[in-house]
Design a binder for this molecule. Structure first.
Ligand code: FAD
Length: 489
């Protein structure tokens, strides 16, 4: 990059048009409207947060829409949109170089390049990861001809996928003792399992979130769109796409506590001398998956939903970024990486400040928005030589979502994360209706899982934030005959 002359130098350059990048741009543009901001992103679309609603002090809900970049440019005259991937970064000279050979200077840079699916194997045509609209459509195309698929992974994407797929046999391989281990304990999993067996309720209510628009890219732009990684999908990514296989019914079998040992094609399997590789099931399939529990399953294709890897590569060469164990760019409580004038937000970064005892990072929409917004505020404060303190949203982990058609609210250390053995659990469960779990440590509520229409989120959030000693209330906390809200008024 040394010999390059930059086309233009911007005060702020943001890389990535996902939720983190777009929120950061919006924050900077509204805070310092006179400053020149550039958003560089690989595709023609950006992700916009709409219908933002603060549900309580820390809980928030919003819709996400994929929009053409012009929407942002019209709104913010100071913004220049550059549609190209970033292929290199020179942090010493403060330049980024794009895949189409242009070079842009920055005063302050924020990397919001998201993550990509951690695939079981690279370049295997029978293994699919779901990350963006393109890969979701590829999945749908393959599914309509499929009789059986193997889903590997136990996070949010696998959970939703297994529930949403219809007309196909699903073998679901999870490494834990229970489904949804990232979000739940075994009790909650037990509560949800019957939903996999029951018929799904008819979707009568109109879809709450708008569908993802997948307008045709502008002429000449499609190449870039498919060649570069797109933004991650978010909640309800499956809305608007029919996830139906070639069979009449859906049948889900869960294989617990196992991982993938090996993936074979049918030819490899037939030539294998090892009898153990012979699949338990009849028939001939394009691909076979051998699990660590010794079982082998044939299927039409495998969905790898085992998490994401932060998209850091283009930025690392020649620079000295401190990386976290999960591969993310380490950021401090000012969203600054270890390199001067470079910030990061969203899935690409790892929060390395001293966390509040009630917060943990999870690569989710809400955190991408919060980090992008807070990074924008930090960048603005720093150019104005102002001090800024870690925002309140990082005080308590909170997340609202839907799994298996139930409303799900997660608060604080909802799974007793990092608490050791001396914490207590209180559980109330009504089959098919609600599951309420409270995590207590030292008599204080430190986390909760609320599944169903429990209406307890705000009260519990207050109880957690107040750090009140709840020992005198004992199990009455979850007594359905007591109106807990009145109780603490
Ligand atoms: P992304 O949205 O991934 O955006 C990254 C942007 O950077 C993209 O625009 C990309 O094109 C661009 N980019 C990447 N590399 C470069 C480069 N070199 N140069 C230029 N641009 C680049 N979260 C929830 O909270 N709830 C859910 O229900 C949920 N469901 C999900 C379902 C699926 C299938 C997936 C994949 C994720 C889901 N998530 C969910 C997670 C959520 O989508 C992510 O946490 C969030 O989108 C991260 O936002 P981000 O802005 O950091 O990154």
């Amino acid at each position: 990059l040394c010999g390059h002359i930059s086309e233009k130098t911007f005060k702020f350059v943001i890389v990535g048009g996902g939720i983190a990048g777009v929120t950061c741009v919006e924050q900077l543009s509204s805070q310092i409207p006179s400053s020149e901001v550039a958003l560089i992103t690989a595709g023609p679309h950006i992700k916009a947060v709409t219908n933002y609603k603060q549900v309580s002090r820390t809980l928030e809900e919003f819709d996400v829409e994929e929009k053409p970049s012009s929407v942002l440019e019209e709104k913010y005259p100071n913004l220049t949109f550059i549609q190209s991937g970033v292929k290199a970064l020179n942090t010493q000279s403060h330049f980024v170089e794009t895949t189409d050979g242009r070079v842009f200077g920055y005063e302050k840079l924020c990397i919001c390049s998201g993550g990509r699916p951690k695939l079981l194997t690279q370049d295997n045509p029978y293994v699919l990861g779901i990350r963006d609209t393109d890969s979701a459509q590829e999945f749908q195309k393959r599914l309509c001809k499929a009789k059986r698929i193997v889903v590997v992974g136990n996070g949010g994407i696998a959970l939703e996928l297994v529930y949403e797929v219809e007309g196909c046999e699903v073998i679901w391989a999870v490494k834990d003792k229970a489904i949804g281990n990232t979000f739940f304990d075994a009790g909650a999993a037990q509560f949800l399992i019957p939903s996999l067996e029951a018929d799904k309720p008819e979707k009568t209510a109109p879809c709450k979130r708008p569908r993802y628009t997948t307008e045709e890219p502008a002429p000449g732009a499609s190449q870039t769109f498919t060649a570069e990684p797109g933004s991650a999908l978010g909640p309800d990514w499956h809305e608007g796409i029919v996830l139906r296989g070639a069979e009449q019914v859906r049948q889900v079998s869960v294989e617990y506590q196992c991982e993938v040992e090996k993936i074979f094609t049918s030819e490899e399997l037939l030539s294998s001398p090892q009898q153990t590789l012979r699949p338990k099931t009849e028939g001939s399939w394009p691909v076979y998956v051998q699990l660590t529990n010794g079982k082998t399953f044939g299927c039409d294709f495998v969905v790898s939903a085992t998490g994401v890897v932060p998209n850091t590569e283009p930025f690392l060469h020649g620079n000295n970024f401190a990386l976290a164990d999960d591969g993310g760019l380490q950021v401090n409580d000012q969203m600054m990486t270890s390199v001067p004038d470079v910030y990061a937000a969203g899935d690409v970064c790892t929060a390395c400040w001293d966390h509040s005892p009630l917060w943990q990072q999870m690569r989710l929409w809400t955190q991408a928005r919060q980090m992008g917004w807070y990074a924008g505020r930090c960048m603005a404060a720093h150019v104005l030589s102002e001090q800024i303190e870690l925002d309140f949203c990082f005080e308590l982990f909170s997340h609202i979502t839907r799994f298996f058609n139930y409303k799900v609210v997660l608060l604080g250390k909802f799974n007793g994360q990092g608490l050791g053995p001396d914490h207590e659990l209180l559980v109330r469960c009504t089959k098919g209706q609600e599951y309420v779990k409270v995590v207590l440590s030292d008599g204080r509520m430190v986390g909760a899982v609320l599944i169903g229409e429990t209406d307890l989120e705000e009260t519990f959030e207050n109880l957690i934030l107040n750090r009140m000693d709840l020992t005198p209330y004992g199990e009455d906390l979850l007594n359905p005959d007591i109106d807990i809200e009145d109780y603490f008024d």
